[in-house]
Design a protein around this ligand. Structure first.
Ligand SMILES: Cc1ncc(COP(=O)(O)O)c(C=O)c1O
Length: 171
């Protein structure tokens, strides 16, 4: 696939740091993912923070996420003034335990950030159902799972708000 080859070239040469190259990278990334748009920002932390602002999440709101994640996941909501609420993880998968999410939902809950940790997708189907039932936004933090698949589909096409990161140390 042409876009995959170009993406590999950009990643290996770390060509995502300059503005004009960044524009190409966004086009290549959206082709690779199969979406109309991809927006580049300075870091995954910024992307999570901006996602909160774009969704109108701020002071007084709560955002649910797995207890086992990188610090940048809670930084997204806390930089926006919202409160991160941690839900324990499934000891078998190390991903958010979807069965425990509903206990953490309050009238202040606005969103769930699902994290695909160590390249492993969380249980998207169940978490999506919970979000639909409680009218919550679902953001996926795929900083560690670029190009990963859930069942047979690419992660990026399954959830409306998808955050990923380009840096060579990531999964
Ligand atoms: C799960 C997860 N989310 C978000 C981030 C944030 O990315 P950045 O370091 O680009 O701010 C990272 C970075 O390691 C991460 O592992």
């Amino acid at each position: 696939m042409k876009s995959l080859k170009l993406l590999k070239k950009y990643m290996l040469k770390q060509l995502f740091l300059e503005a004009h190259l960044c524009k190409n990278l966004k086009i290549i990334l959206s082709q690779f993912i199969g979406t109309k748009y991809a927006i580049g920002v300075s870091s995954g932390t910024t992307a999570l923070h901006l996602s909160m602002l774009a969704l109108g999440i701020g002071p007084g709101d709560e955002v649910i996420m797995p207890a086992n994640t990188f610090i940048a996941t809670p930084w997204g909501p806390s930089h926006a003034g919202a409160t991160p609420v941690f839900v324990d993880c499934d000891p078998k998968t190390w991903q958010i335990d979807a069965a425990k999410i509903e206990d953490a939902i309050t009238e202040k809950t606005k969103a769930i950030i699902g994290v695909h940790l160590y390249g492993q997708p969380f249980d998207i189907d169940t978490v999506k159902k919970i979000c639909n039932k409680h009218k919550l936004f679902l953001i996926e933090d795929a900083a560690q799972a670029h190009g990963a698949k859930y069942k047979t589909q690419q992660l990026e096409v399954l959830v409306k708000w998808h955050v990923t990161v380009f840096i060579l140390v990531k999964t």
